[in-house]
Design a protein. Structure first.
Length: 499
């Protein structure tokens, strides 16, 4: 008779599934472990046998042979090895083990000790299609952050035996329950001070995955806009949650208090950040990747070096990042809504009357922003707040609901919700538009006023506006508003008006 169990383990920060097989042979009562590191084999043999005996079970007659599918230097196979030994000797039924992965190290007294990097392992188990994941009770709260898995927390081998015999799943230890995340909230008085124009731009960015440039005037807060965009974004789907949690766990970041990321993440870049910290390495994600599916704030854009900004180009264009170092080569996701912030002038005065910068100095300051980056920014925002509350400002709840509906409309039309870096083909962008609108855009391209690439980006933005308004398609006013908006942005940056 042969029994099979599976364990999720780590090899150079990569999670993988290892098969542990058991076979019952003829001979004196003994346990022999094969296929592991010699030291681990000896220690696993002693721990598994002592733990089974200390859990109230007698060791059967015969020799139990345990074999791992690949050499492994860790002791986190103990729980799977014990389960295989129990299964081959008939101490537990096989029913629940067929869809179960097990992780944990055993003590001689039968206790189950915690293991590191449980989140990476849980994500791998979910990706492999397991229904149950047996983990040490101390790791259970972190493992619960992964959707699609039923977590079975065990404090001792007797808990595992009880569960395998079809008893109820053990409860989480006190104080380790996972709490759900909710969208960031705004105090009513803070929400009322927001500019309707900024709220509209944030809704467009959240719904369509557009990048934004905020040129802040004196006294205007520069971090409110990225916070607003993240607030309006919908919760992560189960698939997105798995992806984001895996990336943050791989980076060695602690999980939020609730046990995992179900809200879009956020990260900030500063001019003093190194390229290495932004890009990361083959084994450790950088800031660009940690903002994937969320919002990346690039503060004081004109102060960044050209070399540092260049590493953002592939993330803005296709939402990915190429990595190559001594540890290996590959790509990482980097699809974040980017919010670039810049002060209205070099001095960054808190009050307009204190600024002594001339229009020429301000123009030189803005000229440090490369044109290729401006070409990939869709939205331009000046003031985020207003001096007096605007009664026309919609409620936070209604704007968030509008963003969700807009993304559903886009998903139905394009086959997928729009994400940052998703390039829209011009032919695809004009599909469904009124013929007079298509003709005017085609004329502008033939006359050289805009390129097909710029036209496609503007049309994508116009579609997002229409989706937010619940219209079937954008009209010509949407399209020319978008084009004039881009022209006005470039004109202001290159020829700033005197104060």
């Amino acid at each position: 008779m042969e029994a099979l169990t599976r364990v999720v383990t780590l090899d150079d920060s990569q999670a993988r599934i290892i098969d542990v097989r058991a076979d019952l042979g003829v001979g004196d009562a003994a346990l022999r472990v094969h296929g592991l590191n010699p030291t681990v084999s000896r220690e696993t043999r002693d721990r598994v046998r002592a733990a089974i005996r200390n859990s109230g079970l007698s060791w059967p007659h015969g020799v139990v042979h345990l074999t791992a599918s690949t050499a492994h230097p860790r002791s986190d196979v103990d729980l799977a090895a014990a389960a295989a030994a129990l299964l081959v000797t008939g101490a537990v039924p096989v029913r629940r083990l067929t869809a179960t992965a097990l992780i944990g190290e055993l003590g001689l007294d039968g206790t189950v000790r915690p293991v590191p990097d449980i989140l990476l392992r849980a994500v791998a188990a979910a990706d492999a299609g397991f229904t149950y994941l047996v983990v040490p009770a101390a790791n259970a709260a972190d493992a619960r952050a992964v959707p699609g898995l039923t977590i079975v927390p065990v404090a001792g081998l007797d808990d595992l035996i009880s569960w395998l015999r079809s008893n109820p799943t053990p409860a989480l230890p006190p104080g380790s329950a996972v709490r759900g995340q909710s969208a960031p909230s705004w105090a009513p008085e803070a929400w009322a001070q927001l500019s309707p124009t900024a709220v509209r731009a944030a809704a467009v960015a959240a719904a369509g995955g557009h990048h934004t440039l905020h040129v802040a005037g004196p006294g205007d807060p520069v971090l409110l806009l990225p916070r607003l965009i993240r607030t309006l974004m919908a919760d992560l789907s189960d698939t997105e949650t798995l992806e984001v949690n895996r990336l943050h766990s791989l980076a060695g970041e602690p999980l939020p208090d609730n046990g995992g990321h179900t809200r879009p993440p956020a990260a900030s870049l500063h001019p003093t950040d190194t390229i290495a910290s932004i890009v990361g390495s083959f084994t450790r994600p950088g800031l660009l990747t940690l903002a994937h599916r969320g919002v990346l704030t690039v503060e004081d854009l004109p102060d960044f070096s050209a070399a540092t900004l260049e590493v953002l180009r592939p993330a803005m264009e296709n939402g990915t990042l190429s990595i190559a170092d001594a540890a290996g080569a590959g790509s990482r996701p980097a699809g974040a809504r980017m919010v670039f912030t810049a002060r209205d002038c070099l001095c960054g005065s808190a009050r307009a009357e204190d600024c002594r910068c001339t229009p020429a100095q301000r123009a030189r300051y803005f000229a440090w922003i490369p044109l290729w980056l401006l070409d990939r920014v869709d939205l331009f925002v000046r003031a985020v707040t207003v001096a007096k509350p605007d009664p026309s400002l919609p409620s936070l709840e209604s704007v968030r609901e509008g963003v969700v509906r807009a993304r559903e409309r886009a998903r139905h039309r394009w086959g997928a919700a729009p994400e940052p870096g998703a390039e829209t083909d011009y032919t695809q962008a004009v599909t469904g538009l009124p013929s007079n609108a298509v003709e005017q855009v085609d004329d502008a391209i033939r006359q050289g006023r805009i390129t097909p690439r710029t036209a496609a980006r503007c049309l994508r933005l116009a579609w997002t506006r229409a989706d937010l308004d619940g219209r079937l398609y954008p009209d010509i006013a949407d399209i020319w508003l978008t084009l004039s908006h881009r022209s006005g942005m470039l004109g202001l940056l290159r020829n700033p008006a005197p104060r």
